[in-house]
Design a protein around this ligand. Structure first.
Ligand code: URA
Length: 197
């Protein structure tokens, strides 16, 4: 289930991620635990997704001595959840990057065509930074590619886009069912996150 034939897909096969994912999948897991697990997995994947961020150094003084010490260079990445389910992961990422601006992309799936329909977009004004798109469920890929196109149209190059759950993901599942839901998957992640099923 987690073999990876895609060179751009980074599977985070850390034991903690896989353990938490098993509870996330379980249909008896209720909304409060589902929400907590999604946030925790986002923190763990966020650790990997931010590994290549550019660094600078700065001079500080410890209580004992002066020293040069590493800090992140430039603007903090922007976090952009795809509504609704992306909100659950954005929370975890925002804890790792507390000064990161948050954008929002609202898309719903047309139930017949499974194509994304845009209903809300708000992005940080300064687009010269890394953008981390967040959506726990990558099924047909229509929403993901729509969101990446939307960032491109707003002047953000592919090189500055990471997709959490696609490029950095917890698992590669088996297939989609006839409703384009991921199998084994989690079910409807938005409903489970917000208790609306
Ligand atoms: N969105 C979901 O919430 N679940 C899926 O399986 C596919 C898309």
């Amino acid at each position: 289930m987690s073999e990876n034939p895609f060179p751009n897909l980074h599977l985070v096969d850390h034991p903690l991620v896989q353990h938490k994912l098993s509870f996330l999948r379980d249909k008896t897991t209720q909304t409060p635990l589902f929400r907590a697990l999604l946030r925790e997995i986002a923190l763990l994947i966020g650790y990997e997704i931010t590994r290549g961020l550019p660094m600078d150094s700065t001079s500080i003084e410890t209580p004992l001595t002066a020293m040069e010490t590493p800090i992140l260079r430039g603007r903090k990445p922007a976090i952009v959840p795809i509504l609704r389910a992306g909100l659950g992961m954005a929370e975890g990422l925002a804890e790792l990057l507390p000064t990161a601006p948050l954008g929002h992309i609202g898309l719903y799936r047309d139930p017949k065509t499974h194509r994304p329909v845009e209903y809300y977009v708000r992005l940080p004004a300064d687009t010269n930074r890394l953008f981390i798109l967040v959506d726990p469920m990558l099924a047909t890929g229509y929403s993901a590619s729509y969101a990446v196109d939307l960032l491109n149209r707003n002047g953000i190059d592919d090189g500055n886009v990471r997709f959490m759950a696609m490029v950095w993901a917890a698992s590669l599942d088996e297939c989609l069912n006839e409703k384009a839901y991921i199998v084994p998957g989690l079910g409807d992640a938005g409903d489970r996150l917000f208790g609306t099923d």
